[in-house]
Design a binder for this molecule. Structure first.
Ligand code: SF4
Ligand code: SF4
Ligand code: F3S
Length: 265
């Protein structure tokens, strides 16, 4: 109760904002508990009540006041083309905003596949030269939390780890928290017995689809995707893509937009 809450700046580059949409739906813990009791969210372009010059001045003050001690959370990514002019925040290129905000951070969280890998904005032919944030921030620890978006409880879980243990979660070789990205979707899939038995859906409207067989032959990328969808699931454990009858499209993997077509005839 006496421990000061960890200050967090949450900034937004080229993105769709669904990482924020996911985060605010966290049920265990409630996103409101994380925001009101565990961290001190000092700046967020989308969640802050304040806006404009007052908010921007506050961001600069927080950077100075908590130099070396705040966490920077980044949703979206910077486009490098035309000196960053494809994404403007507070009247300046997001690229500048990102560099300035990262300078005094203790660590950086890359929310979602945009910040972690580039995602849809970086898909070929990548007209704005959008890049993952680790191409710009080279001198800080970066925790990658990929997914398009990441699972809500994975997001709050990462923040909670930092707030409660005052340390970064253990990361794998690609910079993802092992706790949430240590398993292949394929290895936690409740349809795996059908895969092992060679029982596959061949078309989305066939008998196998009705019986809930394996979705591998209709493009499921579960065998090459690492995420927690099979064990945590979405919306308080309600469901996930495979449970809804569609294969995993590998949304947490690097270049998932360019890794071959999602559908083939
Ligand atoms: Fe949106 Fe996906 Fe980017 Fe998150 S990772 S901001 S969900 S496009
Ligand atoms: Fe693996 Fe996908 Fe089949 Fe599940 S549905 S067993 S993840 S290939
Ligand atoms: Fe994404 Fe695959 Fe999970 S598409 S939401 S990683 S099941």
């Amino acid at each position: 109760e006496t421990k000061p809450r960890v200050p967090v700046l949450w900034i937004h580059g080229l993105e769709c904002t669904c990482c924020s949409e996911s985060f605010i739906r966290s049920a265990t813990p409630l996103a409101s508990d994380v925001l009101l009791s565990m961290i001190s969210l000092e700046y967020d372009d989308t969640l802050s009540a304040a806006a404009g010059e007052a908010l921007e001045n506050h961001r600069k003050e927080i950077i100075k006041k908590y130099w070396g001690n705040y966490i920077l959370a980044v949703e979206g990514n910077p486009p490098l083309g035309e000196d960053g002019m494809y994404c403007i925040v507070a009247g300046e290129p997001f690229l500048k905003h990102l560099k300035e905000s990262a300078e005094g951070a203790k660590a950086v969280i890359a929310w979602g596949s945009c910040a972690s890998w580039g995602c849809v904005q970086a898909a070929k032919p990548n007209p704005t030269t959008a890049v993952s944030i680790d191409k710009v921030i080279k001198n800080k620890p970066i925790i990658k939390v990929p997914g398009c978006p990441p699972i809500a409880e994975v997001m709050t879980g990462v923040i909670m780890h930092i707030a409660l243990f005052d340390s970064l979660p253990p990361l794998d070789a690609q910079g993802r928290p092992k706790q949430f990205y240590g398993n292949r979707i394929h290895d936690t899939c409740y349809r795996r017995a059908f895969f092992n038995a060679g029982q596959f859906v061949e078309r989305f409207d066939d008998e196998g689809a009705k019986k809930g067989w394996c979705l591998y032959k209709v493009g499921c990328r579960g065998p090459t995707t690492y995420n927690s969808c099979g064990n945590i699931r979405w919306y308080n454990g309600l469901s996930y893509p495979i449970q809804a009858g569609h294969g995993c499209i590998g949304c947490s993997e690097e270049n998932f937009w360019d890794n071959g077509p999602f559908y083939q005839r």
